[in-house]
Design a binder for this molecule. Structure first.
Ligand SMILES: [Zn+2]
Length: 290
């Protein structure tokens, strides 16, 4: 904690101008340093969302699946500490198993991951986890670190503020990026924090927190049998993460096993996602590894 404050103070004194600053995060209650304020965070997401959708296969050609996922995502976001963000939940038409979030509430999930899931609680777990990365401002934190490392922050005062394109470049999403998109990898503590927040939001809607554990089991199983689990390259899944989530559920949701307390909604998920998926043309093949 001391160290975090020291970094905050040092960085703030280094910058005389611009939006960056320290603030208390509404989801985690912790003080954090951010190079972007909320307005910029929103602009970045809005600006990058279309290119990200395109680079990941475009939207799935099923209005029913799109609106189902978007609806569930919005209900989860409304139960979060940052309901006012312009949230969108995009299903990309890719067989790669992935889910990710951009700053400002732009969440993506791949068709490949949807197809591996078996109930609505699992989907709520994935969307909740990505919402957690946004509400805890993990992406801004990663960007802050990357920008310090890349020397961008040092130039901010002189230049009078970095442009949106500067930030997008740090995120690996230059305005002219033609397929060279990559996402900053989250740290182990950020993963566990996103898990905790995801479980918080899904349980507020009545979904069984165990759904979140089930997703991790699916990802681990798939990682052993295919190389299309991109989710794991940006969201590390060490055993400690599973152990922490297990402990959290037992401690904070001791009644997770009580009949009728929480739901999984297996039939609803089959009707809304798995059955319609069967009627769609196959997704575009996974792009070759970059
Ligand atoms: Zn994650």
């Amino acid at each position: 904690m001391m160290k975090r404050w020291w970094v905050c103070v040092a960085l703030m004194s280094a910058m005389l101008l611009g939006a960056p600053g320290c603030s208390t995060n509404p989801a985690t209650g912790k003080s954090q340093f951010n190079v972007v304020d909320e307005k910029q965070e929103i602009q970045l997401g809005v600006q990058a969302q279309p290119a990200f959708t395109k680079d990941n296969g475009g939207e799935i050609p099923s209005p029913a699946i799109r609106s189902y996922v978007n609806d569930l995502g919005h209900r989860l976001a409304a139960a979060s500490e940052r309901p006012q963000l312009p949230w969108t939940f995009t299903v990309v038409d890719s067989s790669v198993i992935n889910a990710f979030a951009l700053p400002g509430g732009k969440v993506f999930i791949s068709r490949g991951l949807l197809a591996k899931m078996t109930n609505e609680a699992q989907l709520a777990g994935v969307l909740g986890h990505e919402i957690g990365h946004v509400t805890a401002q993990h992406i801004g934190q990663q960007m802050s670190q990357a920008m310090v490392l890349q020397g961008v922050v040092a130039g901010l005062g002189v230049a009078g503020g970095a442009s949106n394109n500067d930030y997008l470049r740090v995120l690996g999403m230059g305005a002219s990026a033609g397929g060279s998109v990559y996402l900053l990898k989250f740290g182990r503590d950020q993963e566990s924090q996103a898990d905790e927040l995801g479980v918080r939001y899904m349980s507020r809607l009545g979904y069984n927190p165990v759904g979140q554990l089930q997703v991790m089991e699916i990802l681990q199983k798939e990682a052993g049998s295919s190389n299309t689990v991109e989710f794991l390259s940006t969201h590390p899944l060490p055993q400690t993460r599973l152990d922490r989530l297990n402990a959290l559920i037992k401690k904070s949701y001791p009644d997770y096993n009580t009949t009728g307390k929480y739901r999984f909604n297996q039939d609803e998920f089959k009707a809304a996602v798995l059955d319609p998926l069967k009627t769609l043309p196959p997704p575009k093949p996974a792009p070759a590894a970059k």
